[in-house]
Write a protein of this length. Structure first.
Length: 347
């Protein structure tokens, strides 16, 4: 089960328990003082939807969509408007449904009595405050768990990286020496050594950062593709297309490589005809997208299942690094395999 699905499941369970206790309090808790169980049952049936509505809208809509995004004026306008409407609904229900049957003397007080409206307001927003408190404590705990998980993932990745860093300076110095000699005798080999050197440099050093520029990540992918071209030759038609300005965008390092590797793994080995891989990078007002598509022959497609360890790791990293601010999907056609990644742009 994904992290998002687990969070949604916990939120549903929390709401069911919280609002069940609130209903029982409105019914049995208050009825125990007067013995009017039928009256307070009706009152609880009315109080629950109103309290749930104002609590949910306040926490999950107004605070998330407006207050947390520095749209505080809009937040207060909507919050006050919603409060007035729901307060009047609660007051009208009590005045015309509850009072005539159980407290006829309470109708001697005007419907829009300021004192009664204040009491109704306090009763309504006490539960909103308790709900918000529980919700924010739960959100704080989940955020803490997410940060700890990220730290653990980063520690494991760094340990794995350290294992692979066997005398990196020696490797680069050796590659530079080989490059200098190959440049005179075989320019094509020299070009491959240059791509390999830059590929290793990014893997060993730039990948240590939490985020890198999207342009650097794309350059890293291009080096990988050039190295693969030496293996497949004319059987490979690969292109990387950047349609918009991306110099201000960033991404978690080495997030795209497993997706590109997956395209090579499932699109080229064993193919009879020429294979192709196309990578398109574009941006919109709210997010940027990377589309990675490769050709697939039917006889090859029958021998593999979509996804794999690499794809699963990418999904897990996305959920940890970009919770609620990314979209990842895979589309399989008869002769192609398309991966689409969209990430929200931080403003």
């Amino acid at each position: 089960m994904s992290i998002v699905a687990q969070r949604r499941k916990r939120e549903i369970a929390f709401n069911l328990i919280f609002w069940s206790f609130y209903f029982l309090y409105e019914w049995f808790g208050l009825a125990a003082l007067s013995g009017q169980y039928s009256m307070y049952f009706i009152n609880a049936c009315m109080a629950l939807p109103l309290a749930f509505l104002v609590s949910y809208v306040t926490v999950h809509v107004f605070i998330k969509q407006f207050y947390n995004k520095d749209q505080k004026l809009k937040f207060w306008i909507l919050q006050i408007s919603c409060t007035i409407v729901l307060l009047l609904v609660r007051r009208v229900f009590n005045y015309y449904v509850i009072y005539p049957r159980y407290f006829p003397q309470a109708q001697q007080i005007p419907l829009l009595s300021f004192g009664k409206l204040i009491i109704e307001l306090v009763n309504l927003y006490l539960i909103v405050g308790v709900y918000a408190l529980f919700y924010f404590v739960q959100s704080w705990y989940e955020e803490r768990q997410r940060v700890q998980s990220l730290l653990q993932e980063k520690t494991v990745a760094e340990l794995e990286l350290l294992k692979s860093q066997v005398q990196p300076h020696f490797i680069f110095n050796s590659l530079n020496n080989i490059y200098s000699r190959a440049l005179q005798s075989s320019p094509e080999t020299a070009a491959l050594i240059s791509h390999l050197s830059r590929f290793l440099d990014y893997t060993l050093y730039d990948a240590k950062q939490d985020f890198v520029s999207l342009r650097s990540e794309i350059a890293y992918i291009k080096h990988f593709i050039e190295l693969q071209k030496s293996r497949y030759g004319e059987r490979l038609d690969a292109s990387v297309n950047i349609y918009d300005e991306i110099s201000d965008l960033s991404i978690a390092p080495m997030l795209l490589l497993p997706l590109v590797e997956n395209s090579f793994k499932h699109g080229l080995p064993g193919a009879i005809r020429q294979g192709w891989i196309r990578i398109d990078v574009s941006r919109g007002a709210e997010n940027y997208s990377i589309k990675i598509e490769n050709s697939v022959e039917e006889k090859i497609k029958a021998n593999f299942q979509s996804g794999g360890i690499g794809i699963d790791n990418v999904k897990k990293r996305l959920e940890l690094i970009y919770p609620g601010s990314h979209e990842f999907k895979i589309e399989e056609e008869l002769h192609s395999y398309l991966t689409i990644l969209k990430i929200k742009i931080d403003k």
